[in-house]
Design a protein around this ligand. Structure first.
Ligand code: SF4
Length: 314
């Protein structure tokens, strides 16, 4: 039997040895019984999660709190970002039952907050926006008390199709900028920095009620000044919430990790970002865009209320 490589486009890349992890990068195990309950719901509903597909270091902690991030539209991405562990290739057709499956899983897990993300679907005319809309609406209908966060692709060359998602009844619109513009061609070759910024800016203009969120990874060889420039750009796009986390190299064929940032450096970046005016900043080695998303959503809501009470601009 011929086993297809997970990343055929990376097979010819030169080997980049993986640097040993520092002591502060450790996964936590909290409650293994709940972890297996979460796993069971994911498996029974035949769902794909980014927690598994991206080999996330937080999976034991998050799943032990019944917090999983669902990845819709399959497990195969049409892009080949140099940092990402999600499989690349030709995706399958959309599952018409997926909105029902996701809404059932959210109910079963009794989630107070759910994050729904997807692979890139450049093969679809609308990039999958209509499908996203259906998943959000079905989830909302079955789980009226659950807050819903979407973490979307960039919808590059898909016109205004992203607006369909913002017509859905959602709470947070998240799109990760991932890295600094200088590194885009190497790290995120299929994407464009200014297009991602435009998406975030337009999302806010189109739906002012929704919180916007974005994240970057550090450790790819960016300079501090470049990170600060990204913060300024995201604030110009009126992004509310910024996440900053450590890049972890998934394999020797992936983009080489240049540096592990010390927790104190994350604290410093958090401090700088707060001075830029983000409503909320989460910055730590294990921060991922969906890490602690439920608690952060509560904080976002409280902070917005406080701003309104103090007559401050949002
Ligand atoms: S941080 Fe996000 S992707 Fe990672 S395990 Fe938690 S929910 Fe899943």
């Amino acid at each position: 039997m011929i086993i297809k490589p997970r990343h055929p486009e990376k097979v010819k890349n030169k080997d980049n040895p993986i640097k040993k992890k520092p002591s502060w990068i450790k996964s936590k195990i909290l409650d293994s019984k709940i972890f297996f309950e979460t796993k069971q719901v994911v498996n029974q509903n035949k769902l794909v999660t980014v927690c598994q597909e991206a080999n996330c270091p937080n999976i034991t902690e998050c799943w032990s709190k019944k917090h999983a991030t669902f990845m819709i539209m399959g497990d195969t991405c049409t892009r080949a970002c140099a940092f990402c562990d999600v499989k690349t290739g030709k995706p399958e057709s959309l599952d018409v039952f997926e909105p029902l499956k996701i809404s059932n899983a959210v109910k079963k897990l009794n989630l107070k907050h759910v994050v729904i993300t997807s692979v890139d679907r450049d093969d679809l005319k609308d990039g999958g926006a209509e499908h996203f809309f259906k998943v959000v609406q079905a989830t909302r209908k079955k789980n009226p008390e659950t807050s819903i966060e979407v973490l979307t692709p960039d919808f590059l060359r898909k016109g205004e199709s992203y607006k369909k998602i913002l017509e859905a009844d959602l709470d947070v619109f998240n799109h990760n900028i991932e890295t600094v513009p200088r590194l885009y061609l190497k790290v995120r070759p299929g994407a464009r920095y200014f297009s991602s910024l435009e998406l975030l800016k337009n999302a806010k203009l189109f739906n002012k009620k929704v919180f916007t969120k974005s994240g970057i990874m550090v450790g790819l060889g960016e300079d501090k000044d470049e990170i600060i420039q990204v913060m300024d750009d995201l604030r110009s796009a009126k992004v509310d919430f910024l996440t900053i986390g450590q890049y972890l190299q998934p394999s020797t064929k992936h983009f080489p990790l240049k540096k592990y940032y010390h927790p104190n450096e994350f604290k410093e970046l958090e401090h700088i970002a707060k001075t830029k005016g983000f409503l909320l900043v989460s910055s730590s080695p294990l921060t991922r865009s969906s890490y602690h998303a439920d608690e952060d959503f509560k904080k976002l809501k409280a902070l917005r209320v406080k701003k309104i009470e103090c007559h401050q601009p949002l």
